[in-house]
Design a protein around this ligand. Structure first.
Ligand SMILES: [Mg+2]
Length: 198
C-alpha cells in the first residue's frame, strides 16, 4: 500500500530563514524542529524535504554547496534528536525572468514550487499516497503546491509565514491548518492520522 508522507519545506520551516545561506555554519535549526521530525519518524510517516534552491541558477554558489547545506541539516537533526529525513528533493532551476543566469540551471522547471514536480517524483520513487499526505511550508507557494497535488497544506508562522498571513508577502492563501511552528504542525498531523486510522 502506498505510504503516507509529510513533505517539509526547508528555509523558515526546518532552519531559520536567512536568505541565501553562503556559509554552511549559518544553517541553524529552529527550536524544537529536530524533536518534531523525530516524532514524524516515530509515527511511521515518510519525511521528505521539498525545497526551491535557486542559488545555483543565480550563480550564487555551486550545487555542491546546496548538498553541503543538506549534509549539515541532516547532521543537526540526528545529533539533536536522532531524527532523519527519508528523502531530500530540491529544485535548483530558475527561469530567466525570475533571475536565472547560469545556463546549466536556467529554465522553467516542473520541479519549481508551486509546480508539483518534486511531489510527483517522490511519489513515484517512494510509493507515496499524495492525497493522504501533508505539506508544511512558510510561503503561499508551499500551500499552493500542496493544493495543486491534492495534499493537505499547512502554513507555519515561522519564516515568512507571519508575513503571508498579514498579506505583506506573496499572495493570500487558504491553508488547511495554520501552526505557529513545525512542532505544533506535527502535533496536529498526529491527531489527523489517528482520526483516519481508528
Ligand atoms: Mg521556506
Amino acid at each position: 500500500m502506498a505510504k503516507r508522507a509529510v513533505f517539509l519545506d526547508r528555509d523558515g520551516v526546518l532552519n531559520v530563514e536567512a536568505g541565501y545561506i553562503r556559509n554552511v555554519e549559518d544553517l541553524i535549526l529552529i527550536p524544537k524542529v529536530a524533536q518534531a521530525v523525530r516524532k514524524l519518524n516515530d509515527l511511521g510517516l515518510f519525511c521528505c524535504l521539498v525545497s526551491n534552491q535557486s542559488g545555483p541558477a543565480r550563480n550564487y554558489y555551486p550545487i555542491s554547496h546546496v548538498e553541503a547545506l543538506h549534509e549539515r541539516l541532516c547532521k543537526l537533526l540526528t545529533e539533536e534528536a536522532g531524527a532523519k529525513l527519508d528523502a531530500l528533493y530540491y529544485c535548483p532551476y530558475l527561469s530567466p525572468p525570475a533571475g536565472g543566469i547560469n545556463p546549466e540551471f536556467t529554465g522553467w522547471s516542473t520541479w519549481r514550487k508551486p509546480n508539483t514536480g518534486m511531489l510527483v517524483a517522490a511519489a513515484w520513487e517512494h510509493d507515496l499516497d499524495l492525497k493522504q499526505s501533508f505539506m508544511i511550508g512558510d510561503k503561499a507557494t508551499d500551500v499552493d503546491m500542496a493544493h495543486n497535488a491534492g495534499l493537505t497544506g499547512i502554513l507555519v508562522t515561522t519564516g515568512y509565514g507571519g508575513k503571508v498571513l498579514k498579506g505583506s508577502y506573496q499572495h493570500p492563501t487558504k491553508p488547511d491548518y495554520i501552526a505557529k511552528d513545525l512542532s505544533e504542525a506535527v502535533t496536529w498531523i498526529s491527531k489527523q492520522t489517528k482520526k483516519n486510522t481508528s
